[in-house]
Design a protein around this ligand. Sequence first.
Ligand SMILES: Nc1ncnc2c1ncn2[C@@H]1O[C@H](COP(=O)(O)OP(=O)(O)OP(=O)(O)O)[C@@H](O)[C@H]1O
Length: 506
Amino acid sequence: MFRGLSDLLRLLRITWILARHDALIPREFDRQVPSWVRLVGKVTRFGTRARGRRPGQRLADALAGQGPAYVKFGQLLATRPDIIGLEMAEDLAKLQDQMPPFPQAEAIREIERSFGKPIAELFTSFSEPVAAASIAQVHRARTLSGSDVAVKVLRPGIEKTARREFRTLLLGAKLTQRFVPAARRMEPVKFIRTLMQSSELELDLRIEAGSASELRENLAEYPDLVIPEVDWQHSARRILTLQWIEGTPVTDLEALGARNIDRSKLAILAMRSFLSQALDHGFFHADMHQGNLFVDEKGRLVLIDFGIMGRLDEKARRAFAEIIYGFIRRDYRAAALAHFEAGYVPEHFNVDAFATALRAVGEPIFGKKADQLDMSRVLQQLFDVTDVFDMHLRPELVLLQRTMVVVEGVARVLDPEIDLWATAEPIVRDYVKREVGGKAFARQAKANFDAAKDLVEAFPEFAQAAENVAGQLANGGLRLSDDSIERLARAIKGKPVRPGKDKPSA
Ligand SMILES: Nc1ncnc2c1ncn2[C@@H]1O[C@H](COP(=O)(O)OP(=O)(O)OP(=O)(O)O)[C@@H](O)[C@H]1O
């Protein structure tokens, strides 16, 4: 009862904050809402600085600093450009959590509690926080064996705070679902529940450790790409310890230039290694923005932060590869067919009409260099096509598409001249040849095998019949009843067998 009331009060508070930032009933909807709602909107945003900011920016402003669940809410919304539009998704993706770091002493207490021993028995040095976010912060430390490590420590009490905030969000979602029919299509309750599930995982740093380790293993074939190694001995549910990497941020182009780094090589590596994660392993880093990429002392590309990962099953990987490969070869019918085969487009639509829509997206961008291309616009066009053809995109595929746009953004910053399609081609071609071609062959082989199996299974009956005939012949000849002869004659002439009259004789 008390909890319900406090949830309601918290909901009122966040609603007020959203309204003040003009993010609850944005002014862009003024024409679609009744005049009294418009008036309420005007009054609540009176005297604020919301004017001149885009809706996504205003929502990001409102959510930043409200707590981890709200920040996650904004970040998850940012992964659904198919629902909220690409511009808003991009603005929300920039949502930075403005949380001050917590004191070093608290981090040390967390570590000592987790491992049940004093910090001196774990690390010989332990720095002040080097970075802080809403869920955790990072310290630099040195282990007893002399290795430099990055120690990520969850914020004290974060689980409780997050749970409380999620209850508030869930209450808001339930009320929205009940009283705002227009919002039902977005399934707000389901959305918040998904968010709660994924955040639950993010609050267990062992999962992030597992992701880092799996990705490192998967990408071992890329010697120029570094995924920091997990220090399992110093990792626990609330602590993640990784090999420390000294690096230059990829955004610091001046420093990269001074170091004579081959940016074009790195751009190709970022793009290809991402495609390889998604296609070859079905497990990809879904937060590959510039802030998570560095260049180490040996000039290798470093990827960090494994809190948000995506998984694709074999079917989704194949569909994705066939679609991209269709685009690369300008074979829009193949790309369209791949959509139908994966069940993304309802069957009652026409494949050729869909291929034409894809052609309209693909042709203008073919062979363009990155700086002449606006991949976000391309993606938006794809989503528009999605809408027209009533497509049911799976969330992990949308996450993949969105991450691809982010990776392309990174590649473009590193090398504006990069030809994205040509860069992607070898990885996609190899996958298609290996998996799709091979699978197609396997499918055909299986069909042949099934046919042969049917034949073999039918064989005993056939053998029995042959034996009967042979027996009859041996006993003085094959005897057919009149009725059977009649049936046979009609069948030979192609006439229908007359029911009743042509019943086989006993
Ligand atoms: N292995 C590492 N070596 C060196 N520095 C690291 C390492 N891992 C993390 N850092 C530093 O800590 C910062 C935050 O790390 P990370 O992105 O993993 O945390 P986060 O809590 O997910 O932060 P955010 O939400 O801002 O992405 C990085 O930007 C980087 O400066």
